[in-house]
Write a protein that binds this ligand. Structure first.
Ligand code: SAM
Length: 253
């Protein structure tokens, strides 16, 4: 509740004031507060060094993230929102949408919702720890999903092998944005459904974000597609872990 009030208060502040407060927080308090909050496993300096990390260091870091999260606080994405975006893509398409690749599936909530809705779902995530948790959840309900460990920057599937790609709260985590976007456009036949936080760059924060989308334009430019919709969302009242402003992009190939 206090967090929601704080987020609403931030929304009404003029941008220059917001920037000054953020800069004071970053310089004086943020790094120390994060070290105290998370302890040894959280890499406070992730943003300074992410581009130099090896694949192994990257996967180990995300495995640690998943080991230190409780299962019930991981659902960042509102599945209904994404299912409705897929329906919009379906409405434009002559052939039905059957196959979906979910990139950065995490704990698997969206993947399970999509499989339950009748799509044939494949999930890719860099963390085996996340995949194991997601698979256990799906298996418990006899839901069939294909699980694949790997990097969004090197999607290990042939060209046009999925009708739709979904990627929610993950694009802001990748090491190489351009390679990731090119890969998504290569493996998708019909549409891309992308959800990211609407966020200014910050050096110290409670997550391993590496890419920042302060407005719709950064996301639109990153994909460079001719046909798309991109909307701003206020997720402050959402049930999931993510509470803030987000951007939902639906790109057509
Ligand atoms: C914030 S979580 C989002 C999980 C889920 N999509 C949701 O909305 O709740 C980001 C996910 O991206 C994965 N990830 C991070 N870097 C990645 C990369 N380069 N390639 C593939 N997955 C990555 C992490 O393991 C994590 O599961």
């Amino acid at each position: 509740m206090a967090n929601k009030i704080y987020l609403r208060f931030k929304q009404i502040l003029p941008k220059p004031i917001k920037n000054i407060l953020s800069s004071i927080n970053q310089r004086l308090f943020a790094r120390k507060r994060l070290q105290q909050k998370y302890g040894y496993w959280f890499d406070v300096d992730w943003r300074k060094k992410f581009s130099t990390l090896s694949d192994e260091e990257w996967t180990n870091a995300y495995d640690e993230v998943w080991k230190h999260h409780h299962n019930d606080c991981l659902d960042e994405t509102d599945s209904e929102l994404i299912l409705s975006a897929i329906s919009q893509a379906e409405a434009r398409n002559i052939t039905p949408i059957r196959t979906v690749l979910e990139i950065g599936c995490g704990y698997g909530t969206l993947a399970i919702a999509m499989a339950t809705a009748g799509y044939k779902v494949t999930c890719l995530d860099v963390s085996s720890e996340a995949l194991l948790r997601a698979k256990n959840r799906a298996d418990a309900d006899n839901i069939f999903i294909t699980w694949q460990q790997g990097f969004a920057e090197r999607i290990p599937f042939p060209d046009q092998s999925f009708d739709v790609i979904t990627c929610c709260h993950t694009l802001e985590h990748v090491k190489d944005l351009e390679a990731t976007v090119q890969g998504m456009k290569r493996v998708a036949k019909t549409a891309l459904v992308i959800l990211v936080p609407k966020q200014e760059f910050r050096l110290y924060a409670e997550n391993y974000h590496t890419q920042f989308f302060p407005s719709k334009q950064e996301l639109i430019n990153a994909f460079g597609l001719q046909q798309y919709t991109c909307i701003e969302l206020d997720c402050i009242e959402h049930k999931g872990e993510f509470q803030g402003e987000a951007l939902l992009y639906l790109g057509f190939l």
